[in-house]
Design a protein around this ligand. Sequence first.
Ligand code: MSK
Length: 639
Amino acid sequence: MCEFNHGAHSHQTLDPAAAEMLEKANRENVQTVWDRFEQQKPQCGFGDLGLCCRNCLQGPCRINPFGEPKTAICGADADLIVARNLLRTIVGGAASHADHSYMAIHCLKEAAEGKAPYPLKGVEKIQSVAAKLGLSTQGKTDNELALEIAHVALADFGSYSDEPMKWLTATVAPELLETWKQLGILPKNPDREIRTAMHQTSMGVDGSPLNLLLSSLKLGLVDGYAGLQMGTDVQDILFGIPYPIKTEANLGVLSPDKVNIVVHGHMPEVSEKIVEWAKKLDNEAIEAGAAGINIAGICCSGNEVLMRQGIPLAGNYLSQELAIITGAVELMVVDVQCFMPSLTKVASCYHTKVVTTTPIGQLPDAEHIPFTPENADMKAQETVRLAIAAYAKRDPAKVQIPTHKSEAWGGFSVETIVETLAKLDPVSPLKPLVDNIIAGNILGAVGVVGCNNVKAIQDQQTVEMVKDLLANNVLVVATGCTAHALAKYGFLSPAGAKKYAGSKLLSVLTAIGEAAGLNEPLPPVLHMGSCVDNSRIGDLLGALAGYLSISIKDLPVAASAPELQHEKAVSIGTWAVALGVMTHVGVVPPVLGSPLVTKVLTSDLEGLTGGKFFVETDPHLAAEGILAHILAKRKALGI
Ligand code: MSK
């Protein structure tokens, strides 16, 4: 199986641990994502520009940006094709997040009814979500209230009325609701919006690029509220609100003498149970000759169990194959989203078992262990025991674990941030933060989120841009694989504050750290969680805008996805733009084939929502653009 002949090409990563594993892959003839990227070159120019249409069987059609043909067989021009393709991309992202959220709601319902073995750990969140939804809490047990919350969520998915989603209207400020109402983009039942958008983009329906772009904004809101917000709220009820917790990041967290299990994907329903049963079955691993069981995370399953349990991060999206190439991973368990179909092929070169767990996320050569909320204990035990059994098959000659790992802090939920600030001002916790923004000690804040993309050097755009932002006293919050990237280079540690933060920002981080009793600064980048946890950033922005009685669009803030790859990153970005946030992307999305769509996204949208996209692949120029935006917002506020 392992007979890939690597051609001469340089592997593209900033991460020394990843580089070490790529050399090992070369020696052992294992193909990786970087090799497959080489094989795809040159990538299709029509696809790159968004000018290819496959929406009917007369096609595929393509538009020539430099001549003829200027229309597809049906008459669709470049603007229409690009706008339709963009909406379908956002539908893909919104559907992923809404389905993720739906799975969590199902689990909450089963747990609250006593049918699934998940004790509800987020009791404070039950109260705050119930209050947000306007539910009476009197005389109700936590389980009764949680069940009612699950029913409100399910009612949004089952609604056939023309009212907008309850979860959305309960979350956002009236002024934002009014903006979205005027634009006609308030989503109703999320499933219906996803269906309608697929219909709208099918052959012979919507011929208006501008109407399709408005629907893109609407689907961004579907992602934001049926996916991110609902998903985070429900997961916090099930698994607890995250609080600051210390861990380590990079491939060096894998253990040379323990059974290594890597959790990968997005669903904490699976990864939390694996962590629970790994602890309970540690003795069985010792009986099998190992020193115990070590769990590490990849992608957002990793973020979920880091945020609540301090499980270390093995790596981000582009490192998933590399974890197996260490030869030290007994088992990788995946659930949904972001796991490469190549995993089983890489695993076949080693002793690693790959386990799939959901009906929609299967791999032909993997072991399928179907998890449900009801059988999760049994299936988690089965999975952990499979890993223990695999330990005996580990080949010491093939084991090479990089030594690289860094200290990293996670768990910065909004609740935690407010609680920490309350140490400085118990009456008005946001005041110290806002005062420091007004005084210029914190110039602004940027949410840096998203993935790795093989088109960019792994982690480089993220690291270089964030360095520039921090040096200019901009506070950074991070989620997803970007948080992993920053964790690897020390940005999520107190030492990172001294190394990377500008002097004014450092003094604020030090003051907050001391007030919180840490005796050291807060990390300069606050890890707020997984992809769905981007809702926490939205909540923080809403709270700051509310405190100042201004709109989110007027805050000196921005968002950035320097290395995005997934459709979800595009739909999250669209939600951020709908909120009024300028959103940088460091990989050019396939829209440049339409001057109209490009202009609307990067300019005209600002007149509608206050937000827009900013495309820049150079990390230093990206930081410059973001800083200019923050300074302009400060000037407009008179600060
Ligand atoms: S896992 S969507 S590669 S952040 Fe959320 Fe990472 Fe992007 Fe997947």
